[in-house]
Design a protein around this ligand. Structure first.
Ligand code: TRP
Length: 334
């Protein structure tokens, strides 16, 4: 039998300002994939609540991330972009999964263990996070999940749940594959460590003008004098240029590093130019979209309608397989 067409599913954390590490680590691939395959991309506001209890912030971050994706080229005509909370049935499916998830498996969850190791008490939402994530994927019959390497364990839990459900109740779910985005570039932050929100060393995708300049000028470099040859491969400025600049410029600048007489200040100025050229159009688009918030909500609403349709047909099969009777059918509950 021919392999079924892939269905791409991925959740996006509404965690505030996206940075270049997010872009080159995941968003770029999301944008590329969503045009080529049926895809479901959702803003995981239920998941965000495991660590965020501020209504205004949750609303703002959720809309912001939609604006970011749309500005960066997500085309809602090609695939669905929607809010996780527009498909409440995902929680119904998560419930079904709880009943077949060993507590011992969740106790091995990395995020849960980290919290506990830090002496923090995890809430039940954080403990159960991977189960809701599995429901996120399986409710659309996802077959491919583009995620960073840090999500391997959650995808493994999802696969286990799909297999266990099918073995217990009958075949309903395809077994999804992780599509690990691990050979994507490590994006250096301002201090040379991996760019990460938690290190406070990021360059925002939509930073511009003075803010962008100050950040780029503060990128840490060694003290090799201007006239001496330099190794581009170990330099954070060059490693950013390598990601952002057109190929001919990359080669020219690498050669200039090696030849000497080209300083880090030059490289930083050029980097600002490349960032402006690469993200300038997206900044414009984001400004235009931000001025029309109703249109953004319309995009999310349309995406939600498609997602609920898809989810509801799978939930019917889940209810059938498990014996969960319902006497009504509301378009909102599925
Ligand atoms: N846990 C993912 C992250 O932190 C977000 C996520 C939630 C997700 N649900 C998902 C990713 C479903 C892929 C598929 O990035």
């Amino acid at each position: 039998m021919a392999r079924p067409a892939p269905v791409i599913v991925s959740g996006i954390q509404p965690s505030g300002t996206l940075h270049l590490g997010n872009y080159y680590g995941a968003i770029r691939q999301h944008i590329d994939l969503h045009r080529r395959h049926e895809s479901y991309y959702f803003i995981v506001n239920y998941h965000a609540m495991t660590t965020l209890h501020d209504a205004q912030a949750l609303r703002r971050y959720s809309v912001d991330v939609a604006l970011d994706y749309l500005a960066l080229g997500f085309d809602p005509a090609a695939s669905s972009l929607f809010l996780q909370s527009d498909v409440p049935a995902v929680n119904e499916l998560a419930w079904v999964f709880y009943t077949i998830t060993p507590v011992s498996q969740l106790e091995k969850g990395v995020s849960y263990k980290d919290k506990v190791a830090q002496g923090l008490s995890a809430n039940a939402g954080l403990f159960n996070y991977p189960v809701l994530q599995a429901a996120d994927i399986l409710i659309y019959g996802g077959t491919q999940v583009p995620v960073g390497a840090d999500q391997k364990q959650n995808i493994e839990i999802c696969r286990d749940l799909a297999l266990r459900f099918n073995a217990t109740f009958g075949e309903v779910f395809p077994i999804p594959e992780p599509y690990i985005l691990e050979d994507v570039a490590v994006v250096p932050g301002l201090d040379g460590r991996k760019m990460s929100k938690s290190y406070g060393n990021t360059i925002g995708i939509f930073d511009e003008g003075k803010v962008l300049k100050e950040k780029v000028m503060s990128i840490r470099t060694d003290s090799t004098p201007l006239e001496e040859p330099k190794d581009p491969t170990t330099c954070s400025v060059f490693n950013l240029i390598r990601l952002v600049a057109p190929e001919a410029d990359r080669e020219r600048i690498a050669a200039a590093y090696r030849a000497g007489g080209y300083g880090y200040g030059h490289a930083k100025k050029e980097l600002i130019g490349f960032i402006d050229a690469a993200f300038g159009p997206a900044r414009e688009k984001r400004r235009a979209l931000a001025a029309r918030p109703d249109d953004v909500m319309d995009v999310l609403r349309e995406g939600g309608i498609k997602a609920r349709e898809r989810a509801s047909s799978i939930m019917d099969r889940v209810r059938e397989a498990t014996g969960l009777l319902v006497t009504h059918r509301s378009p909102l509950t599925a």
